[in-house]
Write a protein that binds this ligand. Sequence first.
Ligand code: GAR
Length: 208
Amino acid sequence: MKNIVILISGRGSNMEAIVKACAGEQWPARIAAVISNRPDAAGLAFAAAHGVPTVVVDHKAFADREAFDAELARQIDAFAPDLVVLAGFMRILTPGFTRHYEGRMLNIHPSLLPAFTGLHTHQRALQAGCQFAGATVHFVTAELDHGPIVAQAVAAVQPGDDEAALAARVLKLEHRMYPAAVRWFVEGQLGIADGRVRQLGGQAQAFS
Ligand code: GAR
């Protein structure tokens, strides 16, 4: 049984998709905890209702990022995680933290990386006239939104799309892609070697 710890900051719909897939598809894993940096994160209620332990580490209570990340790591490590999953976790992480979880921490980012790192990805994709948008699952490294890419989901931009419409279309794909990627990891089919993704079993990696 692999232990998965999921970090959220808000709605938690990707976390929800992973919790449901883990139970429904009987992964060799358990969701050991859901941890939020915000006490008011809506996703905490879903996790608690599904019997998943929840923890809040409120970033506002810490003097700096180092102190916050140290306490966050202490709380995560109490659950002996094999994998840490960032699911809408909106904090910039310190290099020491990312190093500690190297090769065992995944993130989902709402763009086709390496395009549009950072915030407001869909709005920027629309402004740039992109014909396709999407989301990327990647291993987390010290450089924000730059780790080795595991999977990508592609959605066509449609006439009249605004940020909300495009985000909703991409989010549906995120809910399929992220559980699949986490499942690959807990089934031992995914890892990194020499800074590149190593994937056994040859799964399709594009979601559209
Ligand atoms: C998702 O679209 C995810 O890709 C994005 O936040 C949303 C969280 O939704 N993540 C980032 O922007 C990370 N930089 P959720 O809380 O419903 O899963």
